[in-house]
Design a protein around this ligand. Structure first.
Ligand SMILES: Cc1ncc(COP(=O)(O)O)c(C=O)c1O
Length: 444
């Protein structure tokens, strides 16, 4: 047994620190599990009370190669011994180029166009830069995003984000020239869940938006998560993505894939776009890229990436050398076949178990996702599909109290998402799922 509970959770030290946190730290940041972490390795977290928990959250899909991966730690230590920061805008360094090279090579679909990359610090910052690059290239202003999207918390990224509370509440006004289209959310589509039909109807509503509210000639970019993350782990049907691709090509619009959450092996391939047969013009990555270090990237068509003038994009810390070293170690991990082969094994085990749960527990309305990016959507009744956020919240609480860290998601906060490290051992996955199944049994 990997779960080791020495105290009731949260334990006394965590409770003490939480009281201090309330006093010293702004209210805004939310905690899925109010347990203070002391150390972590692979898929296990030890808290300040000496309890050991299984991590099914990976710090929101970041620790894909596991907590404190030996190779990532060694790469960080090696680089830290040379220099910590130089500022790529001041004196460039080779490791930045090497990482861009890897990102360019790994671009989904391996299209014939030349690729270039730009490095930043966080997902939101990469989103901002992708929009700046698309606007500079097209010399147009409008941007189309989707229902249920989450792109980050800076002003443009937040404007592109769909869910109002908590992400946008109290923060208006938002950026101009952003339009929102329907996302092909098959489970909640009006009259059908068939991906083919949903794609057709959804795309036709996309075209309606363009004819009624703006012209394609005004649109700089369309930005989409091939698998919605915070929106509830909803893969876009490949048919829909294909239509979008064709539309953007026809109208000279930059098509941006936000794979910040779905990237770096999370879905069973390096990027979800590969299995969805989707080739964007620009790809945004972050989270898993740095193996726990803050780094993000925009990668894509060289002619688009070169649109901003010299000095037009940059930043003090973007592409920090220690973070680049960590990211290169992450890439090395994915070059080993066993990494993605293990994800496939875990994903099979997870999918089989979730499918069983759907049979057994009527509160689960939908089970969906790709690879190790899977979610359970809770409903009060399968016929009305009325969202049941209290169930997702109660399961999350039950889970951490019994040694498993999970998170919720979804516009209606009624999805429980699985984001375990991709290196989780199979029996650890089973142990964590057993806890969750006991939790499911306790739900009313
Ligand atoms: C799809 C997606 N885009 C953008 C972001 C924002 O990334 P960051 O929190 O690093 O700014 C996130 C974070 O959850 C995300 O899931």
């Amino acid at each position: 047994m990997a779960i080791r509970l020495k105290t009731k959770l949260p334990g006394p030290q965590s409770i003490r620190l939480m009281a201090e946190r309330q006093k010293q730290v702004a209210r805004g940041p939310f905690h899925s599990a109010p347990i203070f972490i002391e150390r972590a390795k692979c898929a296990l977290i030890e808290d300040v009370d000496g309890n050991q928990l299984i991590d099914f959250a990976s710090g929101i899909g970041v620790n894909n190669v596991g907590h404190a991966s030996a190779e990532v730690v060694a790469a960080i230590q090696n680089q830290a011994g040379k220099f910590l920061h130089a500022g790529f805008n001041v004196t460039p360094y080779e490791i930045y180029i090497r990482l861009c090279e890897k990102l360019n090579e790994a671009f989904p679909g391996n299209p014939s166009f030349e690729r270039k990359s730009f490095l930043a610090n966080s997902g939101a910052e990469a989103v901002e830069n992708a929009i700046k690059i698309a606007r500079a290239f097209t010399k147009r202003q409008s941007v189309i995003c989707f229902d249920h999207a989450f792109h980050g918390r800076t002003y443009m990224a937040m404007t592109l984000t769909s869910k109002y509370k908590p992400y946008k509440y109290g923060f208006a006004p938002f950026n101009p020239e952003v339009y929102r289209a329907q996302f092909p959310y098959c489970y909640r589509w009006q009259n059908t869940s068939d991906p083919e039909k949903v794609s057709e109807e959804c795309f036709s509503s996309f075209e309606d938006l363009l004819s009624s509210q703006l012209s394609p000639t005004q649109i700089a970019a369309v930005i989409i998560e091939p698998v919605l993350g915070e929106g509830g782990f909803i893969p876009a049907p490949p048919q829909f993505l294909a239509k979008l691709r064709e539309f953007c090509t026809t109208h000279g619009i930059v098509l941006i894939a936000d794979e910040i959450q779905s990237g770096f092996g999370r879905t069973g391939t390096l990027f979800a776009s590969e299995q969805l047969k989707f080739t964007p013009d620009l790809l945004i990555t972050a989270k898993g890229l740095g193996g726990g270090m803050p780094i993000s990237a925009v990668t894509g068509r060289a002619d688009i990436m070169d649109a901003p003038i010299e000095g037009g994009i940059g930043g003090t810390f973007g592409g920090n050398p220690v973070c680049c070293a960590a990211a290169l170690a992450v890439f090395e991990k994915f070059q080993k076949e066993e990494t993605l082969a293990h994800v496939k094994k875990l994903a099979l085990q997870l999918s089989a178990r979730l499918a069983q749960w759907k049979e057994r527990y009527p509160l689960i309305g939908d089970v969906r996702g790709l690879g190790l990016m899977q979610g359970l959507e809770f409903v009060k009744s399968r016929s009305t599909k009325q969202a049941y956020p209290e169930a997702a919240k109660a399961l999350t609480k039950y889970a951490y109290e019994h040694g498993v860290i999970i998170m919720t998601a979804g516009t209606y906060s009624n999805v429980v998402r699985f984001l375990m490290p991709l290196v989780t051992e199979l029996d650890l996955l089973e142990e964590g799922l057993n806890v969750l199944e006991s939790g499911l049994k306790s739900l009313k």
